[in-house]
Design a binder for this molecule. Sequence first.
Ligand code: BES
Ligand code: MN
Ligand code: ZN
Length: 496
Amino acid sequence: MNSTVKVVPLERVPTPLLAVLVGALNGKVPTSLLALDDLLGGAMGRAAEHGDFTGERDTVHVFYAPRGPRRVMLVGLGKLIEMSRGAVRRGAAVAARRALGFGVESIACHVTHEFRGGVAPAAIGQVLVEGVMQGAWQFRSLQVATDRKPPLKSMEIIATREERPDLERGRSIGHAMAIGHKLARNLQALPGNICTPEYLATIARQLSKAYGFKINVLNASLMEKEGMGALLAVARGSTEEPRFITLEHKGAARSAPICLVGKGITFDSGGISIKPADKMEEMKYDMSGAAAVLGTFEALGQLKPPINVVGIIPATENLPSGTATKPGDVVRSHLGKSIEVVNTDAEGRMILADALSYARRFKPACVIDAATLTGAIVVALGNHAIGLMGNDDQLLAEVRQAGELAGERCWPLPMWDEYREQNRSDIADVKNSGGRPGGSITAGWFLREFVDGFPWAHLDIAGTAYTDRDQPQLSKGPTGTGVRLFIEFILGRARG
Ligand code: BES
Ligand code: MN
Ligand code: ZN
């Protein structure tokens, strides 16, 4: 989608749809919209007065204008005290979803000055683009059906002359963020028979070519040479060959990189410890961490921030077969620790163990992994927060702050030693499941066994990577979780 910032009075914007984001109106039109209300013959004032439109979150009211914008749509953001980047992003997404409903090809957006709270113009520009592109996202590449509404092709941000440069600066960040977010969602949406480990490698190669990233892709025999016994133990059951992908963005000379690791299980059947059939198709989303890393690199390629970033993606299927790893098998990891595989469905932590161990060679400033790691995190936090764990309180605070800016809330879980005990094995250094109690934390502790000498944060995105119902600001399906958080984190570090 194309996005621009335009300086023009609201009542004169030539657009099929002008979305005006407002907070609680309390029965009257704010001063900055009086000229627009004049165009509508006072209809906006009457809708406010009668309480037909109050400005409540996620509500809209549409007016038809005799000239200028064809439609004027008020979009409610809620109370002024709740105004934030998140509220504006959400309002923009709601507006875009409505725009799809009208079948218009472009939308103009404006956040009324009276309702901006403390959100600065640059942030407004950024989240308007993020929101509109999130709301306009549709995945239709696997359908021939013609009854769908046409896509939204362009958006304009309507500005005053003074705020234009700031809005434009934010717009370009938002645009990079949004196309990375879109790539992640598209990859997530693809089924396991299309989005294979080699497919993820192909996307990484395309990013490398488009933006000049250094790339390295290991096949199974190279992984063997590397000693990645944990990853290979998961891959054994499948005829689809695994891939171990690294991408490098060099934005600064000789400085320790941020390492991003993404779980790339392109389908998780559970392996020999097979999952129940119900909803098993959702396990195509088990590469959502990998999608977040690839989406982040798309945005990095656009933004080219002055900082080094390494992306690491261990990718494989997890299937049962005559060659598959069996419960009770013991394997040797890349770090050297032996692992008793008591449950082949606890495969994510196996492939991440080798990836975290591999990350050492980059001498990282920090490592953050994103993984749809445990069903237990959905029990603990539902679909409203990422489970956050790690070994460095300062890093965790920084990740959490990035999540707040990104609209991706993280909630910390404790990593007391007692949880670590649950992973003790009778015959190996560690076993890959600590049982049901505290399942997300014992999974986190398993990863921590393979973190050697760097600050590390773990994001359990199993509850947030996809949604099984349509929401006003987000359609059913993949959510692109992780991309915005990663970018905000990176931009925060680049600013210093
Ligand atoms: N990919 C799943 C976790 C998951 C569950 C993601 C639900 C999204 C939605 C992971 O590989 C898994 O199977 N975890 C097991 C671990 C258990 C066997 C210790 C789980 O959560 O049940
Ligand atoms: Mn599993
Ligand atoms: Zn999994």
